[in-house]
Design a protein. Structure first.
Length: 231
């Protein structure tokens, strides 16, 4: 399970609101610090106030976006964000707007995760779990990087994820053919001898994932490596 903190301000405000509306049902079960819970509820109101008033404030004075960023992303919670009251904005400005809302929200999420009573179901209710992307083997396409490694041998790297490994196809000049397989993230071409000393050749590679001993998904983009015989 991975924690979720929404990046876009509007979504972040909605996430804070949902969390605060739901947390009272679980704070005792999860053993959360009551002071932290109270502060995040105060933070929720402060962020909602500033975010809702951005348009009004932007027509009244400069710096409101900067204040909003400090309120959410500031690192020093001792900093109080001060905003001048515009005459056309009827809502009274909160007086205790501490910078660093996102840091405090991240910390209370961590406290939830650390609780022995925390479950995936609770995380979903609180809206603090990163959505899981279902694993579909047939959708895979290796993202490959290649370079010359020790001894001038081609070294390919591709993340495995939930796959067993990948098949290596190689074109040494007469077209692509199955060449090798790897169950590791890194693979070194040690099967074909390098050309004669000082001679350069172009070797091309493509990878495709292996899952349950079968090739699945799409071939990677072509990796082209020029090898030179050692002198």
């Amino acid at each position: 399970m991975k924690k979720l903190i929404e990046r876009q301000d509007g979504n972040f405000g909605n996430q804070l609101g949902h969390f605060c509306d739901s947390i009272d049902n679980y704070s005792t079960l999860l053993g959360l610090n009551s002071g932290k819970v109270s502060q995040i509820k105060l933070d929720r109101g402060n962020f909602s106030y500033v975010y809702a008033g951005i348009d009004t404030y932007s027509n009244y004075g400069s710096g409101v976006i900067e204040n909003k960023n400090i309120l959410r992303l500031g690192k020093d919670s001792n900093v109080l964000v001060n905003i001048v009251q515009p005459p056309q904005w009827p809502t009274v400005i909160p007086t205790d707007m501490k910078a660093g809302i996102q840091t405090r929200f991240s910390e209370i999420i961590d406290d939830c995760f650390k609780s022995p009573n925390f479950t995936k179901a609770i995380g979903e209710v609180l809206g603090i779990l990163m959505p899981e992307t279902p694993f579909v083997p047939e959708d895979g396409k290796p993202i490959v990087t290649g370079k010359l490694g020790n001894g001038g041998l081609p070294n390919l790297t591709a993340p495995k994820g939930k796959y067993e490994g990948y098949s290596v196809y190689k074109d040494s000049g007469s077209g692509y053919k199955y060449y090798d397989k790897s169950i590791h993230r890194d693979w070194v071409d040690q099967r074909e001898a390098l050309p004669a000393a000082g001679v350069a050749k172009t070797w091309k590679y493509k990878l495709i994932y292996l899952y349950q001993d079968k090739e699945v998904g799409s071939f990677s983009s072509e990796i082209i490596i020029v090898v030179i015989g050692n002198i």
